[in-house]
Ligand binder design. Structure first.
Ligand SMILES: *Cc1c(COP(=O)(O)O)cnc(C)c1O
Length: 373
């Protein structure tokens, strides 16, 4: 088999399927002159609200802002502590640090890559104000236990749902909720490569709490309810109308996109199940998975060889994440997180797409199988 063109994230094939509608909507937004907070921004928020079955969706400029605004809205102050994973994108911790909030890093489960109540509980003290579960790679944390823990210690929950939009979690009584709608606030990012991505930056906050929603709406807009009447300190964090147009179209396809990601993941799982050296993703019983990333674990002694081999064969691949947050310069203090440290040496993510026919998945699978022969 000769080398072929494979992408890590194939936004072009996806765009080509919706090009006519997207192009038309962008032009009509420009012609309307309503670049910021146009009617499309509230139309999109309304549609996303319905999709998520949540009371309030407040759009903002990006997923990092959404986290920062959550901490502000919940009144978490300098010196307070939040508990979050180190095994996540830097934004989760950075948004707290910029406010002077102390980030207490929690280790993750080796199989699901997510924090669990068992890992969180020993870290709780009198300064702890909130837990920030991240639904990493597209799978929900085990929220039932985390919610119980938050109730027990009177803590807030902010779900970082940047990687799992469209994922559902089932409670023991059969009730199903979407990730991002189970805590006090949920946040997401519409960065282009996310499962629901725009063509620039974008983000949103979700909540079922009317009072919090009102406060969030003020914070994203300089702390004002009435123009030029600033009641609290806020920031400037808005979603552009053009991005809202694109998101409103792509939201219609989100379930299909996530379905296709699952199809690709199933094919990978089937093809790798007899390879001893590969551990395919583990999905907990209560959660669906939307495969923002398809991440496998392999022996830490061969991971980097495998990575080089893939790259040499023209197969894009990524390590999410090569350096966990507790080992990044601004945070490093010698803390050891056993599972997190091991994961940084043993994970590797393979390409996963919403347009399977252009994925060249057979090629990726054949090359991978050959490596482990
Ligand atoms: C992408 C991402 C963010 C940040 O989103 P931006 O829109 O890039 O600011 C936050 N948390 C996680 C887990 C992410 O993957």
């Amino acid at each position: 088999m000769k080398k072929i063109n494979v992408q890590m994230v194939d936004l072009m094939s996806q765009y080509n399927k919706i090009k006519t509608r997207v192009d038309k909507s962008i032009i009509s937004t420009i012609e309307s002159g309503k670049f910021i907070n146009g009617p499309i921004v509230s139309e999109f928020s309304g549609n996303l609200k319905e999709f998520l079955n949540v009371k309030h969706v407040i759009p903002c400029a990006n997923g990092t802002d959404a986290l920062q605004i959550s901490f502000m809205a919940l009144g978490i102050k300098p010196g307070d502590e939040i508990i979050c994973p180190s095994w996540t994108y830097i934004a989760t911790a950075e948004a707290a640090s910029i406010l002077g909030i102390k980030t207490v890093f929690c280790d993750v489960d080796l199989d699901t890559f997510n924090i669990t109540a068992n890992h969180i509980e020993p870290l709780i003290n009198s300064r702890t104000k909130a837990i920030v579960p991240v639904h990493l790679y597209g799978q929900s944390c085990d929220m039932k236990e985390i919610i119980l823990l938050a109730k027990k210690y009177n803590l807030k929950i902010i779900e970082d749902n940047a990687q799992a939009i469209g994922c559902t979690y089932s409670f023991a009584n059969g009730e199903k909720k979407m990730t991002g709608t189970m805590g006090d606030i949920g946040t997401t990012s519409f960065y282009p490569s996310k499962n629901l991505g725009c063509y620039g930056d974008g983000g949103a906050l979700f909540t079922n709490d009317d009072k919090l929603a009102e406060k969030i709406k003020m914070i994203v807009n300089h702390g004002e309810k009435i123009k030029y009447h600033h009641e609290i300190i806020g920031c400037n964090s808005r979603l552009d109308s053009i991005q809202a147009e694109i998101l409103n179209i792509k939201l219609e396809y989100l379930n299909e996109y996530n379905f296709n990601r699952n199809k690709m993941a199933d094919i990978y799982n089937q093809s790798f199940k007899d390879i001893n050296g590969i551990q395919t993703p583990v999905v907990i019983e209560n959660s669906k998975h939307v495969f923002h990333q398809y991440t496998i674990k392999i022996d830490q002694n061969i991971r980097d060889n495998f990575k080089n081999y893939l790259t040499e064969n023209g197969i894009p691949n990524m390590i999410y994440y090569p350096i966990p947050i507790h080992r990044q310069k601004p945070y490093s203090n010698g803390q050891i997180l056993k599972n997190t440290d091991l994961l940084s040496k043993s994970v590797i993510s393979l390409p996963i797409h919403t347009e399977i026919e252009n994925s060249n998945q057979d090629y990726i699978i054949e090359k991978t199988q050959n490596f482990f022969k």
